[in-house]
Write a protein that binds this ligand. Structure first.
Ligand code: MN
Length: 512
């Protein structure tokens, strides 16, 4: 576990102008608040927020984020309140802690893959500041690294599945490629231990576990580039078991046919050198056709830029090569977080430090890939939507401004017609309450309840309004019929008709 001064030194190393006092105070506050709490691993609970803060310090995030990371579980799990956080650490830290607390209440329980994308959007929508999402991702990373300590296998599986469905794609979307791969591999190991084991073992059998073969290829690549006077940093690695296994499934190839087992990265100084290096490699090695991609002229939505190609190594191994500049490499490694390192002025309090979030959103809008474009169109659409849950965790997406009555009609007409009360996030609330992102809505129905004219004033969805009108109209008509009947018919007749009719609707009108 990082000690207090180690963490402060780590942050000071990349951000010398920080308010040291804030970090020290946050460290001590969290330590005291978590007190004697322990994790399932037996470690003191406090080790968790410290690990999360450490991960974010590795991503070189600003000291506000690091302080918030130290405090991220205090409101959820200790007696500390958001007010305490704001009083002690200011508005910004409190805002981030509040955001993470809000996110931690979400739980993706559906098996429905289509709901996963909605859920990812919900997480994005709720993370009003992207730093909230970064803290949440670092939090998940530590929880995945310590997943094996959890004794209940069902809970382990649920967390692993959620990580694979929700958090790996989110990490990728903000450009945290390493984190995404970690998520996938740890989840893969939990969800499909046999496949993980066999892929892992086959990688070992290729004797790729030693660095020797990789080092030879790195040297070879370097010398080829050297001859053309291009100085470059070259790295090689074996790809992760999950990515190999997934490619075997999706491309329907055998382990031996894969060219993605070895991956090399060439980092050069300038953009023209990227293309020069590519030309040199294509001249020096056999090129595997169909694998060249230019993400420099057409960056990915998450801002990723690189040239990708695949060639046959001097030892007849198929290998993937990525070529990029230092700056592109930084963005590939740190994703959104890289912008903090490049552009952020820590002491700017005029909102300019959020400029990069806007430029990221701008970038996400500009893309040539039709699938990605569709994705972005959906992103825009979801800003007009609100994502809520049933008590069983089913996600229901509705337009903004809706009330529990709309929610009930979205479940089914019967539920809508019979809403008597509603609990939102466990609290009884008025039926005209406007629902917010992430609200868990428990509709309480009663056989005797029927739609009221006042509902029409505050429902937002056409479906709810149409049902209410239809019901009221019919009720009006029946009332009119009834009073006409009453003028002519004797008392006994009315009672009998009521018993015979047995219709809930009619029954209720008489009672009302
Ligand atoms: Mn946590």
């Amino acid at each position: 576990m990082l000690r207090q001064y180690e963490l402060v030194e780590l942050v000071k190393a990349y951000d010398p102008g920080i308010n040291e006092n804030l970090l020290n105070k946050a460290y001590v506050f969290s330590l005291r608040a978590h007190g004697t709490q322990v994790r399932e691993s037996g470690d003191p609970y406090f080790s968790h927020p410290v690990e999360v803060a450490g991960t974010l310090a590795e991503l070189k995030l600003d000291h506000i984020t690091i302080a918030a990371a130290l405090l991220h579980d205090t409101v959820e799990d200790t007696v500390a309140t958001l007010d305490d956080i704001e009083k002690n650490f200011g508005e910004q830290v409190a805002f981030l802690v509040g955001g993470v607390t809000k996110l931690s209440k979400l739980s993706f329980t559906s098996d429905n893959a289509a709901q996963a994308e909605n859920f990812r959007k919900l997480v994005l929508a709720m993370a009003d500041d992207i730093r909230v999402l970064l803290i949440k991702l670092a939090d998940r990373q530590h929880n995945m690294l310590t997943l094996h300590y959890i004794k209940d296998p069902n809970r382990r599986k649920k967390i692993a599945q959620e990580t694979l469905d929700i958090f790996a794609p989110l990490a990728s979307r903000v450009g945290l490629q390493n984190m995404k791969e970690k998520f996938e591999d740890l989840a893969f190991k939990e969800l499909n231990p046999q496949a993980y084991e066999s892929t892992y073992n086959r990688l070992n059998n290729l004797s790729l576990s030693s660095d020797e073969p990789i080092k030879e290829i790195v040297d070879d690549l370097k010398s080829v580039l050297d001859k053309a006077n291009i100085s470059a940093r070259v790295f090689g690695r074996v790809k992760t078991p999950y990515s190999i296994w997934k490619k075997m499934l999706t491309r329907n190839t055998t382990f031996e046919q894969l060219c993605d087992i070895l991956a090399f990265r060439i980092v050069v100084k300038t953009l023209p050198e990227c293309y020069q290096a590519l030309g040199i490699l294509h001249n020096s090695y056999w090129v595997i056709p169909g694998r060249f991609k230019d993400y420099i002229s057409t960056p990915k939505v998450n801002n990723y830029q690189s040239l990708h190609t695949a060639v046959i190594s001097p030892k007849y191994q198929r290998m993937e090569i990525q070529i990029r500049t230092e700056k592109m490499d930084m963005i590939a490694e740190y994703g959104i977080a890289a912008h903090w390192q490049y552009k952020q002025n820590v002491h700017a309090h005029d909102g300019t430090q959020y400029q990069w979030i806007r430029s990221l959103l701008q970038l996400m809008k500009q893309t040539n890939n039709p699938n990605e474009f569709l994705e972005n169109t959906k992103m825009e659409m979801f800003q007009d939507q609100v994502f809520c849950f049933t008590e069983r965790g089913e996600l229901i997406v509705l337009p903004k401004g809706v009330t529990p009555i709309d929610f009930a009609y979205a479940i089914d007409s019967w539920t809508g017609d019979h809403v008597s009360d509603v609990n939102i996030n466990g609290k009884s609330m008025p039926l005209r309450t406007v629902l917010k992102n992430g609200d868990q809505v428990q509709i309480i129905t009663s056989e005797s309840q029927t739609p009221l004219p006042s509902w029409e004033e505050f429902v937002r969805t056409g479906r709810a309004r149409a049902r209410i009108r239809q019901f009221l109209k019919q009720a009006e008509k029946e009332m009119a019929d009834k009073s006409r009947e009453n003028e002519h018919k004797p008392e006994e007749d009315r009672v009998e008709r009521n018993i015979m009719g047995g219709d809930i609707t009619e029954d209720n009108i008489i009672k009302g």
